[in-house]
Design a protein around this ligand. Sequence first.
Ligand code: T4K
Length: 377
Amino acid sequence: MKKPESFSDPIYITRPLLPELGDVIPYMESIWESKRLSNQAEFHTRLESELATYLNAEYLRVFCNGTLSLTLALMAMNVKGEVITTPFTFPATPHSILMAGATPIYTDIDPLSMCLDPGRIEEAITPATEAILGVHVYGVPCDVSAIQKIANRHGLKVIYDAAHAFNTLLDGAPICSFGDATMYSFHATKLFHTFEGGCVVSRKFEVDQQIQYLRNFGIKDELTVVKPGVNAKMNELQSAIGLEMLRIIGGELERRARIKALYEKGFSQIEGITMIQMPDNVSDSLQYLVVRVDKEQFGVEADVLYEELREFNIYARRYFYPLCTSYDYNRHNGVELPVAEQVAEEVLCFPFFGEMSSSDVEHILSCVAYIRHKNNS
Ligand code: T4K
């Protein structure tokens, strides 16, 4: 097999979708005219309202990033004890728990969904347990009905990290319809983004009110500060970007669906590589393009494939290796996590964004096929 050429320029896991610059200028003119730059002004209010409609959410608040969104959601719900969560996630998930003053307790994940395994949650519950924090990793939904049943049985709160799941629908409903609160990230690497940003969807007026106080220094009104909050507000420029992004994500979703189909066809012909599939009742958020590498069938492990792809100027990512439980400072409650350990060794996220051409995808696939051939001959 002939060795494919390297990409002349590096190809990264993503390239942000951006509105036409000309379409952003009128927003900037309006901001310059009004001189309202932040503190919940016009575009901020409009974005919250349009996002609430898009996600069919009653209570939705935007923030300066996803990490603070999640932290303040936990604080608004007064979660301070033990929080059962997944080790297979970005550090922001357990860090939010820790910053809220609670303790992450890790349990193993389901081998297929790669989300929390409900069968392992109950054994981790102690008198100190206050909440379950599931991550809809790569936009694959957690088993929300099993998790809710456990939470109801034990009087626990359920919070979801939906950083990857902005467009995930479960049985036709946005994924924020489940649990007591859901966080979305609007970071630049996300399909829907505001450069930096995030939001929380919650279910109760009182929680929503606490969230509003917490993101604005704890201020209720000019004379009343009700709790020690922070500054986690989204500014007017970010909000304007969000408003324009909502108009253009439909096109990006279509382009990504086409790219995913090309990858799917190509990977089905490469032994040892399996693209993760969404269950039939789920629409894919199209955030990440994730495969699992079977060492026996592919010939080498995901980390070797990752390294060798770099020689072709292809920058795949090992989200989420190593597990959060491997950080020195992170408390690990001693539970065995064999599934999470194996999944973290096997996964690889490939470049995936609407601007990719068919030939980019075909070229990446030919490099993967070449690496397999080279390592098996
Ligand atoms: N929960 C979960 C499960 C999460 O995955 C995340 C974040 C959070 C919570 C927290 O949400 P935020 O507080 O971030 O809103 C990236 C993102 O920074 C992070 O948001 C994301 N998850 C994580 C999975 O990925 P890095 O360190 O891998 O990003 P970086 O800078 O290496 O970017 C990846 C590639 O994207 C670059 O090689 C090039 C491209 N890129 C990136 C940026 C920032 C661009 O083309 N333009 C850009 O502006 O963390």
